[in-house]
Write a protein that binds this ligand. Structure first.
Ligand SMILES: C[S@@+](CC[C@H](N)C(=O)[O-])C[C@H]1O[C@@H](n2cnc3c(N)ncnc32)[C@H](O)[C@@H]1O
Length: 326
């Protein structure tokens, strides 16, 4: 089935990630104006890549639209080195096609869509370096670490950025989940559909349905104010804007065309909620990281260290783990 995969016995659909990548955004958790990882997060990658020798082979596992690959490419260019870059992902990625100017930006990079971290298409001891950015924690960690141990060369290194359970990203994800739930409870799209298809109804029905939509939008605006005072509310904002656009669209086109657009907007909302639910589930506490360190050691990896990763001075955005294969 398109967009469906199976790890062990668990079916896993990655439509919600594929939907995001088709939109062309580089990173899944943007921290910079250009939509990629910047400041300390970018620096963590530059520091990891910099000591690598010329002609090194690197794989970014769970690369998505290739944000970390681009940092590697830019670092190599700055050092006048050439690295063989691979990007894998279980989702059907295609950064060359999806990212603006992708053919130039990713020239020479080999991408491997539909590829599980737990089962990489590389020979034993073939990789000098492995990176994952918000990926390891989404996988079957023990199997993935065993796979990393298999494909790393002796002396090869790995770095993982992992979601932190106390990061702002997790707070924001929890807000988004709640916002989507409230939008559903208010019946915003149900009331909108009724208005889209109102033509031909008696006047009192038109008035009743118009009032219902207005009431739900008024409540939605109040919820948005409350959320934005706390620094959140992105799902409310997107919904208010979408409703406005859909009502305008109805003035120009048929109800059927608007219905189709409502279906698309709602599918995007569902995908966004699935992504943030994935994120909340993947986020790790300090105790989890200690357990992860033990798992890495029992997979045969060494020099395993981890520390909190901040962004813009004080924002906690994850954990950074580094390790090596002796
Ligand atoms: C939060 S995104 C991170 C993408 C990218 N590294 C970034 O930072 O923008 C998580 C990615 O992990 C991928 N993923 C989830 N489970 C995976 C697995 N078992 N093997 C490989 N990739 C997986 C998803 O398809 C998704 O692209």
């Amino acid at each position: 089935m398109p967009g469906s995969y199976r790890i062990g016995n668990d079916p896993l659909s990655l439509d919600h990630w594929e939907n995001y990548y088709r939109g062309g955004l580089l990173a899944t958790c943007p921290t910079g104006a250009a939509g990629s990882y910047d400041l300390e997060v970018r620096q963590a990658w530059v520091d990891f890549f910099k000591p690598l020798a010329d002609d090194t082979t690197i794989v970014d596992v769970g690369t998505g639209n290739g944000a970390v690959i681009l940092i590697a490419r830019q670092t190599a260019a700055g050092l006048n080195k050439h690295w063989n870059l691979h990007g894998t992902d279980l989702a059907r990625i295609d950064p060359v096609a999806y990212v603006p100017d992708g053919a130039r930006q990713f020239s020479g990079v080999q991408f491997h869509p539909g590829t599980a971290a737990e089962n990489l298409p590389f020979d034993d001891s073939s990789m000098d370096a492995i990176c994952t950015h918000y990926v390891l924690e989404y996988t079957d960690i023990a199997s993935t670490l065993a796979e990393f141990q298999r494909v790393l060369k002796s002396g090869g290194r790995a770095q993982f950025i992992v979601h932190h359970n106390q990061s702002r990203l997790v707070d924001s994800a929890n807000w988004s989940i709640r916002e989507a739930e409230i939008i559903k409870q208010l019946g915003v799209y149900r009331h909108l559909r009724q208005i889209i298809n109102i033509e031909g109804n008696p006047e009192q029905v038109v008035k009743k349905r118009t009032d219902e939509l207005r009431t739900s939008l008024r409540k939605l605006k109040l919820e948005f104010q409350h959320a934005s005072n706390a620094g959140y509310g992105s799902i409310y904002k997107a919904t208010l804007e979408a409703v406005q656009k859909l009502l305008e669209m109805r003035k120009q086109t048929t109800a059927a065309a608007v219905e189709k657009e409502i279906d698309r907007v709602r599918a995007e909302l569902r995908a966004a909620v699935r992504r943030v639910k994935d994120l909340v589930k993947a986020a790790r506490s300090e105790a989890d990281m200690k357990a992860l360190k033990e798992l890495a050691i029992s997979a045969g990896l060494s020099k395993v260290e981890f520390s909190p990763q901040v962004h813009a001075g004080t924002n906690l955005v994850g954990w950074r783990m580094t390790l090596q294969k002796d």
